[in-house]
Each structure stands twice: as C-alpha cells, then as structure tokens.
Ligand binder design. Structure first.
Ligand SMILES: *[C@@H]1O[C@H](CO)[C@@H](O)[C@H](O)[C@H]1NC(C)=O
Ligand SMILES: *[C@@H]1O[C@H](CO)[C@@H](O)[C@H](O)[C@H]1NC(C)=O
Length: 410
C-alpha cells in the first residue's frame, strides 16, 4: 500500500510533467509525416516491434522455441536463422541481465551483439530468464506471489540449464555463453554449484560486466544500499513482489514520461548514469525509446539478493534469516558460491566506466579465483552502453569475436 501510494504521488507528478512536454511525435504515423520538418519529432519504429520484426528488420528470421525448467517455468528461447533458412555454426547463447529480456541484445541494429555474431556465421541463441513478459508457469500466474519467488540463484540453477540442455540436444554441441550483468551472475552461481554439469554444456563463458562481487562501491551506492535493504524487505510483505511488470503502473509511467520528449529521455539517461556509470558512448537520441522499452520486470527477491551481496561484499546465497537458513542450508548464515569450484574456461570483461560491476570488482573476482583458463579484458563502456552504444561494433564486438575465435580454436 505504501509503495503504491508513493508511486501514485510520483506518477501524478510525472504525468503532469509529461503534459507540458508536448513537443514530440510519439506515434509512428506522426514520425513519418514529420520527422524531417520538425527536428523535435523523433521515433524509432523498432520500439514497438516484436522480436520477429526486429530480426527481420536486420536481415534475419527468428525462430521461437519453448523451454521448460525443472520447476515448471516455460521460457521463450530465440534462435536467429538466415533468410535462406540456414543456421550458423557453433551455438552462442546470449543471456540478458536484470530488468531486461532477450530483446536487449537485438535493439541496436548493426551494433547489436546478436546480429553481429550471426553475421560472423555463428549460430546465435537468445535466452530469457523467468522474469520475461511472455514467460509462464505451469500452475502459477504472475499475480501469484510465488511466481516471483526467485532471484538470480533460480535463474542460474534452473533457467540456464534448461536452455543449455535444449540447445545441446538440438545441435549436439557445447555452447559459448555470453552473459551480460545478471546473465553472468546466474552463470557464476550455476557453474560453481554444478561445475560438472556446466562443463558438459559450456565450451567457454564470457562474462560481460559481471555482477558478482561488490567489493568496492562508492559512498553514494553504499549508503543507498544500507537503507534499501530495510525498505525492500517491506514490499513483498505488502504484496508487491516484482517491479516494472508488464502494464504495471510504474512501467507505464516510465514510458509515458520518458517517451514524451527528447529532453526527458536525455534526463533519464543522465539519471541512470548515477547507477551505471558515465555514458561515454551514448546511444543516438532516436534509440532512447528502444532502450527504455528494453526495461522489463524484476522480482523483489532479486533486488534483495543483490543488496545482500553489496552489504556483505560476498557472493552468497540468499539470506532468509537465521531460522530459515538453518532449514535450507543447515547453518545460520547463507553459504558463499564457491567460485574456485568452477572448471569452465572464462573470459571476464569489465567496462572502464562501469560503477556497478566495474574494474575493481571484476578484477577482485579474477585475482581470487582465476585459473590458467581464465582471462580478463577492459572495454570503454559503462554497465549498459555496451548493449546500446553506437560504437559497440568498434569496441566490444570485435573483442567478443576475438575471444570466441580463440575459444573455438582451443
Ligand atoms: C509537424 O511539424 C510542424 C512544424 O513543427 C507542426 O506544426 C505540426 O503540428 C506537426 N505535425 C504533426 C503531425 O506532428
Ligand atoms: C534431451 O535429450 C535427453 C536424452 O534423449 C532427454 O532425456 C531430455 O528430455 C532432452 N531434453 C530436452 C530439453 O529436450
């Protein structure tokens, strides 16, 4: 209730503001009529596109598969296919991060990881964690609190292997995993808890902006987080189990406000830079609605799990409190994910301007756990603009290509 009331106040303010920002064409029709005559009128047609349409706009077909997890979530899994019906070789599995879905790897035209690798001849698959809009569960609906009872632990231990097994069955090959942010957190959890199984499915894992360790945080984030944990804990109690779900109040408010003008979109990116780090390679203004549209649901448990990790500065399983922990883990504190158990070869890639999973944090993982088959690279990005930057094909994409080439030759 408190959350809703708070949001309502915020949203009224946001809508009031939007009323005054009437300097844009926010429909596709108006865009085509007026883009040239009115410099303030901007729109990217891909903003409302389906995954299929996006792929087609970029010269590919998109196959949709359905994967079912051991705990009965059904997740769409996409595979890019050439227009002549052929597939690339060597499966590459792309896994999105928090408050996102597979589309975040497909919205940046020639700068998108997915199309770039498909053009290089790879067999590109895009996974969705269970937070995705079209994800379902056998018995639970999204209005059921139990649906949202997951964090990156379940994403890693259930969602990932369901996808991996499916791809292995269909192609007979091990994948190369590329995980962005929580796409890496899930993989690190999985490969440390089930190293033998991970070895069976994964040839090489590339962890982009991996949100694993939070050893070093600036004071703003640290202070924010210290307060956040108490506040976040209230939300599930009052029946608010996920944020930014499809058609939720806050999702619509975000879109209405930030789609309403270029200035608002720029403001939004400025605000985000306090979390993700400086945008040194910002997306083109026309891209803003697309990047905003890539924002998807997250469970509160996921947020809480990260907050716990930021507080403890350890990469640990979910803390349910001493009593519950005893039942679940046989001890009062949650166990660490033991990264030294990972046997997979791994490339860590961090953004120089990333304030969330930046240099110190990723280097800490590397220094503590690396084996001879691990390496580490730097790219000139913040936490998210490696996905949305207009320069990705000059920075991160060639690096990925190099890492993959080397992993395959091994
Ligand atoms: C097109 O732009 C002109 C000039 O800025 C403006 O007067 C007109 O209302 C716009 N039309 C549409 C459909 O947005
Ligand atoms: C993969 O193949 C094995 C063995 O044939 C089968 O048991 C399993 O159900 C298959 N998994 C998927 C996800 O298709």
């Amino acid at each position: 209730m408190i959350a809703r009331a708070f949001c309502a106040v915020l949203c009224v303010a946001v809508f009031a503001e939007a009323q005054y920002a009437n300097n844009v064409c926010i429909s596709l029709e108006a865009y085509f009529k007026n883009m040239t005559s009115n410099p303030k009128c901007w729109y990217d047609p891909e903003v409302d596109g389906t995954a299929q349409e996006r792929a087609q706009n970029n010269g590919f077909l998109l196959e949709e598969h359905q994967v079912t997890t051991e705990d009965e979530y059904t997740l769409p899994l996409y595979r890019l296919k050439n227009l002549d019906g052929s597939y690339g070789s060597q499966p590459i599995f792309l896994q999105h991060g928090m408050t996102a879905d597979a589309a975040c790897m497909m919205v940046n035209k020639e700068n998108s990881i997915s199309y770039y690798l498909a053009r290089k001849g790879y067999d590109v698959w895009l996974g969705n964690y269970r937070n995705c809009d079209s994800c379902t569960h056998a018995t639970l609906t999204t209005s059921d609190p139990k649906y949202w009872d997951f964090s990156y632990h379940e994403n890693g231990l259930y969602d990932l292997p369901a996808n991996f097994e499916y791809i292995k069955n269909l192609t007979g090959q091990k994948i190369i995993h590329i995980g962005h942010s929580m796409g890496s957190t899930g993989l690190a959890a999985y490969a440390s808890v089930k190293p033998m199984e991970a070895e069976k499915y994964i040839k090489h894992a590339i962890l982009l902006a991996p949100a694993i360790y939070f050893k070093k945080n600036d004071d703003i984030l640290g202070n924010m987080v210290a307060t956040l944990n108490e506040i976040l804990a209230i939300f599930p109690i009052i029946g608010y189990d996920a944020i930014l779900t499809k058609d939720s109040f806050e999702s619509l408010a975000l879109q209405r406000f930030f789609y309403s003008s270029l200035d608002n979109a720029k403001f939004f990116h400025l605000a985000l830079s306090t979390i993700f780090g400086k945008y040194t390679h910002p997306p083109e203004p026309e891209k803003f609605p697309v990047t905003l549209n890539s924002i998807k649901a997250a469970s509160f448990k996921t947020l809480m799990h990260y907050v716990q990790n930021i507080r403890s500065t350890e990469f640990r399983m979910f803390d349910y409190g001493p009593e519950q922990n005893k039942i679940r883990y046989g001890r009062e504190t949650p166990p660490d994910y033991d990264l030294s158990k990972i046997t997979n070869s791994i490339s860590l890639v961090y953004g120089l301007y990333d304030t969330l999973a930046g240099k110190e944090n990723v280097k800490a993982v590397y220094q503590v756990y690396h084996k001879p088959n691990w390496d580490i690279f730097e790219i000139p990005h913040n936490h998210v603009d490696l996905l949305f930057s207009r320069d990705a094909r000059k920075t991160i994409l060639p690096l990925l290509s190099k890492i993959i080439g080397k992993a395959i030759r091994k």
